[in-house]
Design a protein around this ligand. Structure first.
Ligand code: ATP
Ligand code: MG
Length: 278
């Protein structure tokens, strides 16, 4: 067997503060194959820092250490920045929590997606164009020809998130890290966008790390779940075995969440008879 897609052993992220160095990720470990891993936990638990650390996107004085951080057998921590840049976007890409900030305001949507296709320079223009349009179609953008010519401020928040996802998927990475990719969307669009990610990830046999504070959502879209609390992994289990989770923190999250398979009594509805209706 080849190496796992991602090996994370004793990953730590720390920042200097007035009280000395504070660890915000406190030695987490997991391995990932071509599967869907959910990282869930409350605000500030270290989810985004974990995702960014994998891509070495923590700026000094922030510091990343690990006993092992390897992608497809390659040690990432010792990799020269130049080689790390070649991995970012091309083999591992990350949909950031605030996609609006990640789009360049002065470049059209179509050009930015083309740019994300790292090999675009070596492809005929017509082919690049065709791939951009079909990627926009894949994320269910209506009228992709028109949208490709728009600037980021001319698209809605929901479209912006879908455009970011198109940008991250067009290079066909092996691993997608999606940090709250649908947080700016209303619930119906949220499910639609997650289904799109899920289809592309499953269809291409990629690895996915889906970061969210929503246990229900990760349970639905992931095979395996890590629960983080205060920088530590407090629970690691298969999504289907979540109900056997033992850690009190996870039990608390579970208690707060409506079960998907729960057969419920029909919700009480108002009796409209008295309203003079039919
Ligand atoms: N530059 C920084 N300097 C010091 N501490 C930081 C810095 N950036 C983040 N932190 C701290 O790291 C901790 C983890 O942050 P992180 O962004 O990973 O949380 P999160 O789990 O993604 O939360 P959310 O659900 O709100 O996105 C937080 O307590 C945050 O305050
Ligand atoms: Mg976050």
């Amino acid at each position: 067997m080849s190496a796992p897609l991602l090996e994370v052993d004793n990953l730590r992220v720390s920042f200097p503060t007035h009280q000395g160095r504070v660890e915000v990720v406190k030695g987490i470990s997991f391995t990932l194959g071509r599967e869907r891993l959910g990282i869930v936990g409350e605000s500030g638990s270290g989810k985004s820092m974990t995702g960014r650390a994998i891509l070495r996107l923590i700026r000094p004085p922030g510091r990343i250490t690990a006993d092992r951080l390897a992608f497809d057998g390659t040690d990432l921590l010792s990799l020269p920045e130049r080689k790390m840049r070649a991995i970012r976007g091309a083999r591992i890409s990350m949909v950031m929590q605030d996609p609006k900030f990640s789009l360049n305001p002065v470049i059209t949507v179509g050009e930015q997606i083309a740019e994300a296709l790292k090999v675009h320079a070596s492809l005929p223009r017509g082919e690049v164009r065709g791939r951009v349009i079909s990627m926009l179609e894949a994320v269910r953008i209506n009228d992709p020809e028109r949208v490709a010519r728009l600037y980021p401020h001319e698209v809605s928040g929901g479209m912006g998130q879908r455009i970011m996802i198109a940008m991250m998927l067009i290079p066909e990475p092996d691993l997608l890290i999606a940090d709250e990719p649908t947080s700016a969307l209303d619930v119906s669009v949220q499910a639609q966008v997650l289904d799109i990610i899920d289809n592309l990830v499953t269809g291409k046999g990629m690895g996915l790390i889906l970061i969210s504070h929503d246990l229900n959502l990760v349970a639905r879209y992931c095979d395996r779940i890590l629960v983080m609390n205060a920088g530590e992994v407090v629970e690691s289990c298969k999504a289907g075995e979540l109900e056997n989770a033992s850690h009190p923190y996870t039990r608390g999250l579970l208690a707060a969440m409506p079960r998907l398979d729960e057969t419920r009594e029909e919700l009480p509805v108002l009796d409209r008879a008295g309203w003079g209706g039919t």
